[in-house]
Ligand binder design. Sequence first.
Ligand code: NAP
Length: 280
Amino acid sequence: MSHPDRFCLAGVMGWPVMHSRSPRLHNYWFGKYGLMGSYVPLAIKADGLRAALRALPALGFAGCNLTIPHKETAFEIVDEVDETARRIGATNCIVVRPDGSLLARNYDGWGWAESIIAAAPDWRADAGPIAVMGAGGGARAIVVTLAERGAKEIRLVNRTFERAKRLESEIGAPVRAVAWTERAAALDGAAMLVNTTSQGMVGQPALDLALDKLPRTALVSDLIYIPKATPLLAAARARGNPTVNGLGMLLNQARPAFRDWFGVLPEVTAELCAMIEATL
Ligand code: NAP
C-alpha cells in the first residue's frame, strides 16, 4: 500500500534514546510496505516533553513511542489515556488524532502476549496458575494483560513485597502478592513462569530461583532479550520447559503502534528478527 500524498512520520522520545532499536524496526516496515516515511530518535529530556509532544501535530507526526523517563509523566500532558494504559500506569505509544489531540496507549502487554502466542499457538492465560517474578513497570504490563485475558490466578512475587501488594490491590483478583522468600514454592503447579525482574540481564546476576517445583510442561518467559538466553531460560530449557525470551515482546509491541499511525498492521518476520538480533 502506498500513500503518495503523505510522508509518514513518527519517532521515539526518550533520554537517552540512541540505543533504541525502534527506528530500525519501523524504517524496515516503511520499506516493506511501500510507504514513504521516516521514524527518528528524538532525544527529549524530562522538562522538554510537554513542548515536544504538543509539537507533534504541527510537525505532521502521526505519533511517537515513549521510553525512559517519559512513560508515566506523559499522562499529565496528553488529552486522553486509553483503559489499558491507565491500568498499567504508563504509556509507550502516543497517537495524534485527526483533530490534533493526543491519545496515550500502551502496547507492551499486547506485544508480550503476541510473542507468547507466536511461540505457543495454543497458549491461554486461563490455562493454570501463572507465577510472575517482579512488580516493576514490565510486570505491570504483563499482569494487566494476563488479567484482561482471563488469568484465574497470578502469583505475583517481588523482592519488595509492598510493591507486589500495591499491584494486587490495584488489579484485584486474580493477583495474589507472594513474599520473595516463597518464590520457589510459588512455582508449584504453575502453567507459566514470567521473569520481569532485571536479574539475568547482561551485567546483572542470574535470578536466584530454584525451578524444582515448576512442572516441566510450564512455559517460561523472560522479558530480557540481552542475552538471548538468560541463565533462567537456559536452566528451564535444560530441564525440558519451553521458553520464550523478550525479543518478541519488543518487536510485537511496535506493530499496533504502526497500525494506529499508518493504517497497516505489520508482520514480525524471521528476517526482521534476524536483523534486530544482529544489532544486540
Ligand atoms: P523496573 O520497573 O525497574 O523493575 C525492576 C524489577 O526487578 C522490580 O520488580 C525489582 O524489585 C526487581 N529487581 C531488581 N533487582 C533485583 C534483585 N537483585 N533481586 C530481585 N529482584 C530485583 O524495571 P522494568 O521496566 O520492569 O524492567 C525489568 C526488566 O524487563 C528489564 O530487564 C527490562 O529490560 C525488561 N523489559 C523488557 C521489555 C521488552 O520489550 N522485552 C519491556 C519492558 C521491560 P524491587 O521492586 O524489589 O526493586
